[in-house]
Design a protein around this ligand. Structure first.
Ligand SMILES: CC(C)(COP(=O)(O)OP(=O)(O)OC[C@H]1O[C@@H](n2cnc3c(N)ncnc32)[C@H](O)[C@@H]1OP(=O)(O)O)[C@@H](O)C(=O)NCCC(=O)NCCS
Length: 263
């Protein structure tokens, strides 16, 4: 792993060691260096986390994408199916994994309240709750709802092909016993029916994240984050690589394993 990537010109030869041929074509298409860096770092993370979690050897899996762009881990050796998803934003890349059902994740850098986006994309009950808040609570609500909505769209697999106001989240309150729930307002255009499980969390002071899995019964998932150690919207070193193992939807704090990629 390189010591930092903000100003790093990761070249094609380096990328070719990590990326599949299709991803290498994407690398070539990107005009800005930070997008190239994010793609390579994201795939290095994937390999690291697969081996660190003891899920399977990284080489057992090949990353493919479906017609909607959703990534899938295709096993070369017949390993049990592994559901995964990834998201990146200023200063953070995340991967989430589960064995139990289709999964989506989203991470966002917390900026300003986004009233115009809320107006045009939140479902009426979400918008009413959001509009009733002010200040930091309003900002927090925007990002909680936005990450949950994106995680659900990505778990479904159709992404933004699903209208964002065809479903509405209820945020019951903090605590493991009161996870967010979703109400599908339009079954024709909305996400696939559940059972849906959600986890909304803040992986640092400046970011909000969510994971959605569609599976019944006991469901566990793992997350892996790459973030700068200092509060900073770019990947300025030193970085911190955080793996949360076997995180059940019923607990607040996952067991985490930290290591610095520079070591
Ligand atoms: C999925 C989507 C919501 C991503 O939103 P975003 O906020 O820009 O990006 P995020 O950082 O959260 O997620 C990016 C990751 O989502 C994954 N992704 C792309 N399409 C996806 C989909 N349909 N479902 C789930 N995950 C998807 C990719 O792996 C990508 O990571 P990568 O660039 O490292 O490969 C958006 O791209 C979308 O709706 N795509 C599908 C609809 C579409 O455009 N279809 C056209 C068919 S080609």
């Amino acid at each position: 792993m390189p010591p930092g990537c903000r100003d790093l010109a990761l070249g094609r030869a380096t990328a070719a060691q990590v990326l599949s041929p299709a991803e290498l074509e994407r690398f070539d298409r990107y005009q800005v260096q930070h997008r190239r860096n994010d793609l390579v770092l994201s795939r290095v993370m994937l390999r690291l986390v697969l081996s660190r979690l003891g899920l399977d050897g990284a080489d057992d899996f090949e990353l493919t994408v479906d017609a909607n762009g959703k990534p899938h881990a295709a096993s070369r050796t017949g390993s049990p199916i592994l559901y995964l998803n990834t998201s990146d934003t200023a200063g953070m890349i995340t991967w989430a994994f589960s064995r139990q059902g289709p999964l989506g994740c989203d991470v966002e850098w917390i900026g300003q309240d986004k009233d115009a986006i809320a107006d045009s994309h939140f479902a009426p009950p979400e918008l009413a709750g959001y509009r009733a808040l002010s200040g930091v609570n309003r900002t927090r609500r925007f990002y909680e709802l936005w990450t949950l909505k994106e995680a659900l769209l990505k778990a479904d697999g159709r992404g933004l092909g699903i209208p964002l106001d065809s479903f509405s989240f209820h945020l019951a309150g903090p605590g493991p016993d009161r996870p967010p729930t979703v109400e599908i307002l339009d079954p024709l255009t909305g996400p696939a029916p559940g059972p849906w499980r959600f986890h909304s969390f803040r992986p640092g002071a400046t970011h909000q994240a969510a994971v959605a899995v569609r599976a019944p019964g006991e469901v566990t998932f793992q997350t892996c984050l790459l973030r700068p150690k200092r509060i900073c919207p770019t990947f300025t070193p030193p970085w911190e690589f955080v793996i949360a193992r076997d995180h059940p939807f019923a607990s607040t704090e996952p067991e985490t394993v930290l290591f610095s990629p520079e070591r």
